[in-house]
Design a protein around this ligand. Structure first.
Ligand code: ZN
Length: 247
């Protein structure tokens, strides 16, 4: 779990900053390819604010369920609704649809509960000692990894989004071409890519199978056949056919 806390002079300052972090979280989910399947869900705020906010990602084997308003598509956690007499907190519409999800992040406003408990105060410009208002922002990093692995995998193995692929390229060397492979890897690395060279002494089928299993975004093959054509074969993880790229 990644946790972050923010500290503020007053509620308005927290409210402004809270939406900045909300925006940053939206961009994280966009980079992970999860925007369309992640719902910003209203949940119980406990004693200190009306709501807390969960990022719930649709997943068939998820542990949670959410209730989506059929009119404005606001998502609600079970804690804050009555499924028998559903009423959307945004638009009061009474029709909903359910989704099976996994909670991947949550953000909420803590008020001064913890700062008070620690006697954490600040002195304002007017010399008065005042309460500090806090916000709290979590992302389940290992949970997210599991959700992404489960959600994007196919029958061949993992499929990492490029933003979190352990390497951008896996370079399969067939035959006696390790030197060419190293120089190609250096070339790609100088452009900011990360390259895993598979120079194990085994057949192409096994190496290609492992490349699919690892889920690395791009697969490169360097072999007698491609060298004859002065190039290498490049294929994205989900594509069936590679293309020849000139060396
Ligand atoms: Zn609604």
């Amino acid at each position: 779990m990644k946790d972050m806390y923010s500290f503020h002079r007053n509620q308005a300052d927290l409210d402004t900053y809270f939406e900045v972090v909300h925006g940053a979280y939206d961009r994280i989910f966009a980079r992970l390819g999860l925007t369309n399947s992640t719902y910003y869900t209203f949940a119980s705020g406990g004693d200190f604010s009306k709501y807390s906010y969960e990022f719930q990602t649709e997943l068939s084997i998820g542990e949670d369920e959410i209730f989506l308003c059929k009119k404005c598509w606001q998502a609600h956690n079970l804690e804050i609704i009555d499924p028998e007499h559903f009423s959307c907190v945004q638009c009061q519409n009474t029709e909903y649809t359910k989704k099976i999800v996994s909670e991947t992040a949550n953000i909420f406003k803590l008020g001064s509960r913890f700062s008070d408990a620690f006697w954490l105060k600040y002195q304002d410009n007017d010399g008065e000692t005042k309460n500090i208002i806090m916000g709290c922002y979590g992302i389940g990093v290992s949970r997210l990894m599991g959700v992404i692995a489960e959600k994007f995998a196919d029958e061949k193995g993992l499929v990492w989004p490029e933003s979190i692929s352990p390497y951008s390229h896996i370079l399969i060397v067939i035959g006696d071409h390790l030197e060419e492979a190293k120089s190609l890897a250096l070339q790609l690395e100088s452009k900011g890519f990360t390259v895993l060279i598979d120079d194990r002494n085994m057949g192409f089928g096994q190496k290609a199978g492992d490349a699919d299993l690892f889920g690395i975004t791009h697969r490169i093959i360097l072999s007698d056949k491609t060298i004859e054509k002065w190039g290498y074969e490049m294929k994205k993880r989900r594509e069936a056919e590679g293309i020849l790229v000139q060396l």
